[in-house]
Design a protein around this ligand. Structure first.
Ligand SMILES: Nc1nc2c(ncn2[C@@H]2O[C@H](COP(=O)(O)OP(=O)(O)OP(=O)(O)O)[C@@H](O)[C@H]2O)c(=O)[nH]1
Ligand SMILES: [Mg+2]
Length: 304
């Protein structure tokens, strides 16, 4: 647990710096007046936590300034921490499911966000939690996509369902869902090809995968999980909106939070969209996936 927290803390170092580093420099030794509040606002916006979350925090700071209490950087950080925690704690729900099976996770997202890697990590995660797992290679578009997934299936020791390159991804999903039902599998993870949310025909293909899968299991057993690249910044918000319109979105997985200064996007998403973050990706290895926990995320963000 402790080493897990240290890893999370290390991964968030650049985000911590971008949110707190600058603010710490400007706040120290100054009175909390309009000028300082404007500067804090600018820093928060630059740290990718978004307009809505920034407004919320700035509102609290203005109140504090009005009350004219003596204010030091600890007080300002206290407010930041408080508000960010409240924002992140909204929209939580259970990850491990409710006993019905299979749970089918449709893993979607734009190109290169980390879908295939995350499928591999999730397979390992669920298996470690005593669940049986199957993965389906529905990226029949990109050469070598199936091989990449096969390596992850082997690493995590789970069954892989594939088809030939160029096959209809919806038919692969149908076969995998049928097989998961007949084998009594707990989790079927469907890896899909990367697609730009602006390409209507590719979004139609995704809808078809979902539609066909719904012929095998009731729709409340299908969960659309969108993979967001944590280095993307505010564009992530429009990705969530478009994928949600196409196939719904029950949860997000934000990857590549290690090594980016833009992890504030997790806060922006929680404030502006009613979709929970289920997991975060903090590295390229099989263990570099964490079930998202608002409390440890904020503690890791604020502990120096
Ligand atoms: N540092 C870091 N790298 C990651 C993480 N998740 C994925 N990656 C890397 O991101 C790159 C793309 O990952 P993939 O899993 O192939 O992404 P994808 O979304 O399946 O890509 P397409 O199928 O081409 O759309 C790889 O080099 C991964 O190792 C993460 O949490 N941290
Ligand atoms: Mg992929």
């Amino acid at each position: 647990m402790f080493s897990g927290f240290k890893k999370l803390k290390d991964s968030l170092a650049k985000t911590r710096d971008s949110i707190l580093g600058k603010i710490s420099q400007i706040v120290t030794g100054r009175k909390l007046d309009d000028d300082l509040i404007d500067e804090i606002e600018e820093s928060l916006l630059k740290a990718d936590i978004g307009v809505a979350a920034t407004d919320r925090i700035i509102e609290r700071l203005r109140q504090l300034a009005k009350e004219a209490k003596a204010t030091d950087s600890d007080t300002v950080f206290g407010i930041l921490k408080d508000e960010i925690k409240k924002i992140l704690e909204s929209n939580r729900k259970s990850l491990m499911g409710n006993g019905i099976r299979p749970h089918i996770w449709l893993i979607t997202g734009v190109n290169g966000t980390g879908k295939t890697t995350t499928v591999g990590k999730l397979a390992h995660y669920f298996k470690n939690n005593g669940k049986s797992v199957m993965i389906a290679a529905c990226d029949t578009f990109r050469a070598a996509a199936v091989e990449q997934l096969a390596i992850w299936a082997e690493r995590s020791g789970v069954v892989l369902v594939t088809a030939q390159s160029g096959a209809d991804p919806a038919s692969v999903a149908f076969d995998a869902a049928s097989s998961a039902v007949s084998k009594g599998i707990d989790y079927l993870l469907i890896d899909t090809a990367g697609r730009l949310h602006t390409k209507a025909n590719l979004m139609e293909e995704l809808k078809k995968i979902r539609r066909v899968t719904e012929k095998v299991v009731p729709s409340n057993q299908i969960f659309s999980k969108l993979i967001i690249d944590g280095t993307t910044g505010q564009n992530a918000l429009s990705q969530v909106k478009v994928f949600t319109d196409a196939v719904g979105c029950d949860g997000l997985i934000v990857t590549k939070l290690d090594g980016t200064a833009r992890g504030g996007i997790v806060v922006a998403i929680a404030q502006e969209l009613s979709v929970p973050v289920d997991f975060i990706g903090i590295g390229e290895s099989i263990d570099d996936l964490e079930a998202f926990n608002a409390d440890s995320f904020v503690e890791a963000l604020f502990e120096s």
